[in-house]
Design a protein around this ligand. Structure first.
Ligand code: GLU
Length: 365
């Protein structure tokens, strides 16, 4: 009797569970789940074109939405602080842009698997951008103490061969000194010696000994010009290096543009530089061109994209990224969506979808 009762109850239970599972499955496959996502414009991670969003992070999110059957609606945060605030207060289900995974954020939020390797890099104005022009550099170099010193050495040096050549050539009928007198004969000889020293001889002495001397003097000229060139090159290089920014250590005391609340802002303060906070990265690019700042410190993928496109020829990247970071998708603490996103992200890496999206934005051509 009891047995029968139990089996009926069990039977009903099985039907109920199967029904519920079926309904859930249908819900999962048929209907799209709505998720609110916060992002922020940072080319090439997120690009805003005529009110439409594209970029690496957006393509990644589209692919995730496809796989997880999500219907995404975006809000755009003005800076990373505001973006985190949206996630913290659970006004959105997740945030995706160029969000670095940090210890402090991990303590407060949940992150997905890393979605891209990034890191902080330094950008400065290009060598030829404004201010320093090659013509000015050359003029400054020509009228420098270095040049004056070489001119002095040259002037003293030519006195020796000039006198010997004057002495040997003054009596020679076709010699380069047309008069036997010291004045103005010596000037002909000096002119020849000076010309030969800078390897621009117009004429050659006719007297046999004078010719031997001329060959020796020509060699001296070659060496003189080589040494002078080396000196100029060295001076130019030193001028370029001195006062410039060649690594993170050189940022101390400099004005450096960073976006508000970013990992770059924290790093720049650690380096004793003066952080000039802007909201949009485009404002940082403007500040660099206007000379309001000496450099920008920001995420390498973003800076590299700018340097290769819009900023080409106007900016330069200094060295490799000096601090490695990873980008992740950020969720409120305890988000149920995170593990689904993680599985999808890993699958995308395995089936090549990730690589395709990656190459669309970061392929090095
Ligand atoms: N990777 C930077 C961060 O997470 C981006 C900052 C920004 O969005 O401006 O701090």
């Amino acid at each position: 009797m009891y047995r029968r009762y139990i089996s009926i109850v069990f039977g009903l239970l099985v039907v109920a569970v199967m029904g519920a599972a079926g309904a859930f499955a249908q819900d999962n496959s048929g209907q799209l789940r709505e998720v609110k996502v916060v992002t922020r414009v940072l080319p090439p991670m997120v690009i805003e074109r005529e009110k439409a969003l594209t970029g690496f992070s957006m393509d990644l999110m589209d692919e995730l939405a496809n796989r997880l059957k999500l219907k995404v609606s975006y809000t755009i945060a003005p800076d990373v602080r505001a973006l985190l605030e949206e996630v913290r207060t659970k006004r959105v289900e997740l945030g995706i842009a160029a969000i670095s995974i940090t210890a402090a954020r991990e303590a407060e939020f949940d992150f997905s698997q890393p979605m891209l390797n990034a890191g902080l890099q330094i950008m400065t104005r290009g060598q030829t951008a404004g201010g320093s022009n090659p013509l000015g550099d050359m003029l400054r170099l020509l009228i420098s103490w270095t040049s004056l010193a070489w001119l002095g050495i040259g002037a003293l040096l030519i006195l020796v061969p000039a006198h010997i050549v004057w002495f040997l050539e003054r009596r020679h009928p076709e010699g380069i000194v047309p008069t036997t007198k010291y004045m103005p004969g010596i000037f002909y000889a000096l002119y020849w010696a000076a010309g030969t020293l800078v390897t621009q001889a117009e004429s050659a002495p006719k007297h046999a000994f004078a010719r031997v001397l001329a060959v020796l003097w020509m060699f001296t000229g070659v060496v003189f010009v080589a040494l002078y060139t080396a000196q100029l090159t060295a001076t130019l290089t030193v001028q370029q290096i001195a006062g410039g920014i060649n690594g993170p250590e050189d940022l101390a005391g400099k004005r450096v543009a960073v976006t508000a609340g970013s990992t770059a802002a924290a790093a720049v303060r650690e380096l004793q530089a003066q952080a000039v906070e802007v909201r949009q990265i485009s404002e940082a690019y403007d500040a660099l061109q206007n000379r309001t700042v000496d450099a920008i410190v920001f995420d390498a993928p973003v800076l590299m994209y700018y340097a290769a496109n819009e900023g080409k020829g106007r900016v330069q990247l200094v060295g490799a990224p000096f601090r490695k970071e990873d980008y992740g998708i950020i969720f409120p603490r305890g988000s149920a969506l995170r593990s689904e996103v993680n599985v999808a992200l890993l699958r995308m890496r395995e089936d090549g979808a990730y690589q395709r999206i990656h190459d669309r934005w970061f392929a090095t051509r």
